[in-house]
Design a binder for this molecule. Structure first.
Ligand code: MTE
Ligand code: MO
Length: 429
């Protein structure tokens, strides 16, 4: 053994005792933590499945309707947003993945009892156990999930996002990104043998109201997957344990959680959520049905609403960008309210239909200004301004911001105003 190492070990070994002697008199100045020793089982438990530091306190926020009804096993709708302001990298920690469930607590499903049925216009109706799904060839891919009400002035979550003091969590927290592992839906469809004339699939969840969604079959052949893994562990209960559909780049509602049935059919089914709650309203009072792909979007997560600049000087700007059409090709950042733009750095991994982390250096001169970010995807589509969104929908900006109607897939550029006192505010309103 290397004598140096031995010395070092001895030093470490004796270190505690030496330190104890040295501190002696000032021991009362130490935090009390060491005094109360937790029970041994408790310590073991902590190490068996870790917890984050108790100094880290970010949580999802939003609404759980009628929580008291939960006790009576009645309907409880969830809309809880991801805290984006302190996010780093492009993966959302699973316990902070946003969650939307229209009714009831996430079902408590025993994976040993769970099955996925594939039937309808197929040659061989099939029933898979979760274990049987796991025996099949799999893919592992980064994909975001985004509710199409995310960042819309009037989507799920109400008024919070149009407040001047809104944080990125409140404006954009209905999207998250995970590394999903599962079986391509096309693999399962090939096993079942799809009959001619089958043009849609109806995916159904095992939650109390049986959330169902009609999806054109082309997407099933393309890149939809039945996921059982999320960020290296089983999909979380809030995200659809033990099986969920991932429909990359398409509106969140398609990503059916607690997936238990896929019916192959020759027309869409007009399921409750896709026809009642989620269509986007047109100015003439009619609604658009069956919109799918999400447009390019980005948001600066820091400095952003709710942040306080510590003072003039250097501050790296950072944020997230994504597109339902493919990969993020470019993100530009403006630190002068849109007069000039500079290319931000895109950080690896840069995956298709996934969040991409960007950053740009900035030296703040202490004066009031507005920060903006603009995403361009690999199809060449550029994230629009709110004026461009209004033009597209033949509406005025006031209508977009003040109407009670839910407007779909609102991907306008998000402006953050930095005030001279260092406070940062939502400048969309
Ligand atoms: N079974 C089931 N699947 C569902 C829902 C639901 O309520 N039940 N909500 C949908 C909606 S509207 C969205 S935006 C996404 C949210 O996925 P997440 O909760 O994993 O973030 O799940 C979709 N899949
Ligand atoms: Mo949603």
């Amino acid at each position: 053994m290397n004598p140096k190492q031995t010395d070092r070990r001895r030093f470490l070994k004796n270190g505690a005792a030496l330190a104890g002697l040295a501190i002696g008199a000032s021991a009362s100045a130490l935090p009390a933590a060491a005094a109360a020793e937790p029970a041994l089982e408790k310590v073991d438990e902590l190490h068996l499945y870790g917890e984050r530091s108790h100094f880290v306190t970010d949580v999802r926020n939003g609404s759980i309707n009628n929580p008291e009804r939960r006790l009576k096993d009645e309907a409880v709708a969830f809309g809880l947003r991801t805290p984006m302001q302190d996010s780093v990298g492009m993966i959302t920690p699973s316990p902070l993945h946003f969650t939307i469930s229209h009714s009831f607590e996430p079902p408590d499903i025993d994976p040993a009892e769970h099955h996925l049925l594939i039937h309808g216009m197929v040659d061989r109706p099939l029933i898979f156990s979760v274990d049987e799904i796991k025996r099949l060839p799999f893919v592992t891919r980064f994909h975001f999930v985004e509710c199409h009400g995310n960042s819309s002035p009037r989507g799920p979550g109400g008024d919070a996002r149009v407040a001047v003091n809104a944080t990125p969590q409140e404006t954009h927290g209905f999207t998250s990104c995970s590394q999903w592992t599962g079986v391509l839906l096309s693999t399962l469809l090939k096993e079942a043998g799809v009959q001619k004339g089958a043009t849609w699939i109806i995916a159904e969840g095992a939650d109390e109201p049986k959330h169902s969604k009609s999806i054109p079959i082309g997407k099933a052949w393309d890149d939809a997957l039945v996921a059982y893994g999320q960020n290296g562990e089983p999909v979380r209960p809030e995200q659809g344990f033990p099986l969920r559909l991932i429909v990359p780049g398409w509106q969140g509602i398609n990503n059916v959680k607690w997936l238990r049935r896929i019916d192959l059919v020759d027309e869409p089914y007009m399921a409750m959520m896709e026809t009642s709650r989620y269509p986007s309203m047109r100015l003439d009072g009619k609604s658009r049905w069956f919109e799918f792909e999400l447009g390019p979007k980005s948001v600066i997560t820091r400095p952003a609403g709710g942040y306080k600049m510590p003072g003039p000087g250097f501050h790296e700007i950072t944020g997230l960008a994504w597109s339902g059409a493919g990969a993020v090709k470019r993100v530009e950042v403006s630190t002068d309210g849109g007069h000039t733009w500079k290319d931000a750095q895109l950080h690896d991994p840069i995956a298709r239909k996934s969040h991409t982390r960007f950053s740009a250096p900035w030296t703040w001169d202490g004066k009031e200004t507005v920060l903006l970010s603009r995403c361009t995807d690999d199809q060449g589509t550029v994230q629009p301004t709110i004026a461009e969104v209004a033009k597209l929908w033949n509406a005025d900006i006031d209508f977009l911001l003040k109407t009670q109607q839910v407007v779909g897939d609102f991907n306008a550029i998000q402006p953050w105003k930095v005030n001279a006192d260092g406070s940062v505010q939502n400048a969309l309103v």
